[in-house]
Design a protein around this ligand. Structure first.
Ligand code: ZN
Length: 757
């Protein structure tokens, strides 16, 4: 049975249809071809034809032409539309004509880099040319590094490695920097907010070094569908770009369904669980040998779903290897093996976290099932795009959890289908970020008087003077030289990820490494007595040694899994800014955020009932960061005639709204800030709303919000009064299920108080 037949069946299945809130059909699209430009090296064209690429799609042709014309390009097309050819064709073409030319490829993750190199190597082999293609990242052995520096025509790396491992050592990369003609940035939509602001500054340093070696590379960027790809790319590379967004690749008919699990307890509004419902739906496709991908929101859910689907495939008397889990924490070889199995059709169902949302090559699948809403319009489209062959019909099913956000999305399908995907915002001139990279840049090459670094020359000069006063730089004649004895790039991290992982060892198998988990996640995933699931193999953790970064595991067989409960605490450490408004106090300062895993619950497979619990004894993890907060008067509930419960909902609703509008005011991404409301904050004893930064130390967003307080509150009021929803939606106060029916009017009352000067 094929997908089209299954769709016909589903259409006739009243009990299935009863739980659907929408069924959208996106029509098939025919291919549009543009041909190979005459300017291309005939040997390259022959080589591509030999690989089965007979023609270029219109968008590929447009991108290649634009690059050949010397333009910077941003290609925005969905998964599986052949975007890699948009950069590989012009780059290989140039390298065949000029073996001295060089190109640098940037991917956000190591897995994507490795993927790219495999594809490039196989193309280069077919072309029978000498083009050296290498990944250069933390895993590259020291012995190979020298060869890569001199013989790597195409160096594939990530922004973190460029920042700390390549730019500071530009003198030994002279061959690359003298001859670099192309910089490829794939998945550029990934670099939003603070991460993107860092990347823009790393690129400023890169361009500065290129200028020193008299090279002036072109940029070829690719993005998933976001609202403002051209604007965002131009902000990151700080050059005008030619946008290519008219996709010429063919696509079969696509069906997009929203499934809301049936209510099992009407009184309490409890629905069937998302994990079991998603497993049930996925099993139907598994039964019929249809290749599908199931996305789950957490690593634990991936393992539970994998367990259920492996059980299902065993009941069909088929190999359990037809079902595989995929997530961060599996060892690279295991992940490569799964990717290959998917491409070759040896794996029927893969259950993944959003790790497979990015463009890792797994081929195209027939069906995508999302166990829960991902939280973002753009990434939901990207996940759904994993299903969709070029000619055949495909299907995507979003299965809602009972979380308020999921419930809102499935009951308001128009919200999802009509809304443009999220915008990407960055602020390359964020003072903290720009000054960190100015330090790195000064370390790399001395600054000349009058030179500018992103900012105008006068502001650059001011920052340089400030660094001189702090003993980091020395001004001699007309140059600013690095004079500190530390090495600046090492202290500056481009993202929040903690350095280093905790490895998980199987003590019953002479300490074999079975997986890894990042340092932040270890206390909630591999605490003592936790059940660690890995492709349904069960282990129990005997000991977690955070200092040594090791978790000791041994195989067990139990019928439950464990789930940790975490307590998050905010504590104000210091107030930097405080101002009394007419009715409220606005502040900014230093905050400590602590996470403490307290207990774990044992949850039985199948029934999901709670069958026991235990305590977790681990020290709390702490992050110091910056925060902005608003303190409301102690008697605010009496004054606004609200009950305590209503005040709680209103604060929560306003916190959600402020978080929605803050990114636009201070040029960051929604994920750079968190919001928390307290009816009575321990620090102030008052009803308080905190907006705090997720980066250790913060990057100055809080102080900026503080000084834009009135503008921020006015933006919140405009959103609250302008949003067409009745009782709240994800775009304003959050869904009514989360903030209650009084959340929206209450948030407006609170915002009116906060606005008064
Ligand atoms: Zn709304």
């Amino acid at each position: 049975m094929n997908v089209a037949q299954i769709i016909d069946r589903l259409k006739a299945d009243e009990s299935f249809k009863h739980n659907l809130t929408t069924w959208q059909t996106l029509p098939a699209r025919a291919a549009r071809y543009g041909g190979f430009p005459d300017r291309l090296n005939p040997k390259l064209v022959d080589g591509l034809r030999a690989r089965g690429i007979q023609n270029l799609y219109t968008h590929q042709r447009e991108a290649v032409e634009a690059v050949l014309n010397g333009e910077n390009v941003c290609v925005v097309t969905p998964t599986a539309s052949g975007k890699t050819l948009c950069y590989n064709v012009p780059v290989l073409n140039r390298l065949m004509d000029n073996p001295n030319a060089r190109a640098l490829y940037l991917f956000p993750t190591k897995a994507l880099s490795q993927d790219q190199v495999i594809e490039l190597k196989s193309t280069v082999d077919d072309l029978d040319v000498k083009i050296g293609t290498y990944t250069f990242d933390g895993d590259t052995p020291a012995s190979a590094r020298k060869a890569i520096r001199s013989a790597g025509h195409i160096v594939v790396t990530n922004p973190d490695m460029l920042h700390a491992g390549i730019l500071p050592h530009h003198t030994i990369w002279i061959k690359l920097f003298e001859n670099i003609e192309y910089i490829v940035i794939d998945e550029i939509h990934h670099y939003r907010g603070v991460f993107g602001s860092h990347l823009a500054n790393v690129l400023r340093r890169l361009k500065r070094i290129c200028a020193f070696y008299n090279s002036d590379p072109r940029f070829i960027c690719c993005s998933a569908t976001i609202n403002n790809p051209k604007e965002m790319t131009e902000r990151i590379i700080e050059k005008p770009v030619h946008l290519v967004d008219d996709n010429g690749a063919p696509a079969g008919e696509r069906h997009f369904l929203f499934f809301n699990p049936p209510v099992v307890n009407a009184e309490l509004g409890i629905r069937k669980g998302v994990v079991k419902e998603a497993a049930r739906i996925a099993t139907q496709f598994l039964n019929r040998d249809i290749q599908s991908i199931v996305f789950a929101r957490s690593r634990l859910r991936v393992e539970i779903l994998t367990t259920y689907l492996k059980d299902a495939v065993r009941r069909l008397k088929k190999s359990h290897n037809l079902v595989r889990g995929y997530r961060g924490g599996y060892l690279p070889l295991e992940r490569r093996d799964i990717e290959k199995g998917l491409r070759e059709g040896k794996i029927l169902t893969v259950v993944s976290t959003n790790a497979l949302e990015l463009g890792i090559d797994i081929g195209s699948l027939d069906v995508c099932i999302m166990a829960g809403y991902s939280g973002s319009v753009a990434s939901t489209w990207q996940q759904a795009g994993r299903a969709g062959r070029r000619t055949d019909v495909s299907l995507a099913v979003l299965v809602a959890s009972s979380a308020p956000l999921d419930q809102y999305i499935v009951t308001h399908p128009e919200y999802f289908f009509d809304l443009p995907p999220e915008s990407g915002t960055i602020d390359a001139n964020n003072l903290i970020i720009v000054s960190s990279h100015l330090k790195c840049a000064a370390f790399e090459l001395p600054f000349l008087d009058g030179e500018s670094f992103g900012l105008d020359p006068a502001s650059t000069h001011e920052l340089l003077e400030y660094l001189e006063e702090n003993g980091v730089l020395r001004h001699v004649r007309n140059k600013w030289h690095w004079s500190a004895d530390t090495y600046p790039a090492e202290d500056i991290s481009l993202r929040t990820a903690a350095p280093g992982n905790v490895v998980i060892l199987d003590t019953s198998d002479s300490g074999r490494v079975i997986g890894e988990v990042d340092l932040f996640a270890a206390p909630v995933e591999v605490y003592e007595n936790a059940v660690y699931l890995h492709q349904t193999a069960q282990y129990t953790i005997d000991r977690l040694d955070l200092d040594d970064r090791k978790a000791y595991a041994r195989p067990i067989e139990v019928d439950y899994y464990t789930d940790a409960q975490i307590k998050v605490d905010l504590k104000v450490l210091d107030t930097f800014n405080h101002a009394r408004m007419a009715e409220v106090d606005k502040c900014s300062g230093e905050l400590s955020v602590t996470w403490l895993p307290t207990i774990y619950k044992k949850i039985k497979f199948g029934t999901h009932e709670n069958v026991g619990w235990g305590e977790i004894h681990l020290p709390e993890s702490t992050m110091h960061t910056s925060s902005y907060w608003i303190e409301f008067p102690e008697d605010v509930s009496q004054r606004l005639n609200m009950t305590e419960k209503c005040l709680g909902e209103s604060l929560h609703a306003l916190a959600h709204t402020l978080r929605q509008v803050a990114p636009v005011q201070v040029l960051c991404d929604l994920t750079d800030i968190r919001a928390q409301a307290m009816v009575r904050a321990p620090f102030s004893d008052k009803p308080t709303i905190y907006l705090y930064e997720v980066y250790p130390g913060g990057v100055g967003l809080s102080d900026k919000i503080f000084s834009h307080h009135t503008r921020l509150v006015e933006a919140a009021i405009a959103l609250l009064t302008g949003c067409a929803c009745k009782e709240g939606c994800p775009s304003c106060v959050g869904p009514a299920l989360e903030v209650g029916t009084h959340g929206k009017p209450g948030a407006l009352q609170l915002a009116e108080l906060a606005r008064k000067e």
